[in-house]
Design a protein. Sequence first.
Length: 155
Amino acid sequence: ERRVREEHMRLARAVEYSEGALNEMGASAQTEMRLGADALLDGVIMAREMVDRVVRLVKEETGYVSSDSDAEQQRKMMYTSAVSSKDDDDDDDDEDEAADDVEDEEEEEKVKALRKLEARLLKKEAKALECGSGYVVLVLRDARESLLEAAWGGG
């Protein structure tokens, strides 16, 4: 009977010790998970802010604005009025064609730069997908779509 009680007490202490150790391990794991999640979220927020800055810079550099903005409407109206009031004079046509060629070249350079940036974001998306970071993939995809919307006025 005494041996049974001693064995019972020893087992009770072992169980108590195991529960305490498990609780500490669980708390430690939860803390590490929280810290990891916080770090990931901070990284995602920083990436999103960087993409927002890039989108803003792209807008400023390229002169693109979203289609629903007043500036876009104003630019379209100016273009329409310039086209409708164009002279039929050959000299003016040649000058206009030369100006259009320069604008087209500048436009092509802007498009190439935007496509490069889009490709880089797509690569980052693919890498995040490989790593199993679904949330990061969604943030990068949203950033890429925001970039395209900023550049093309609707995606």
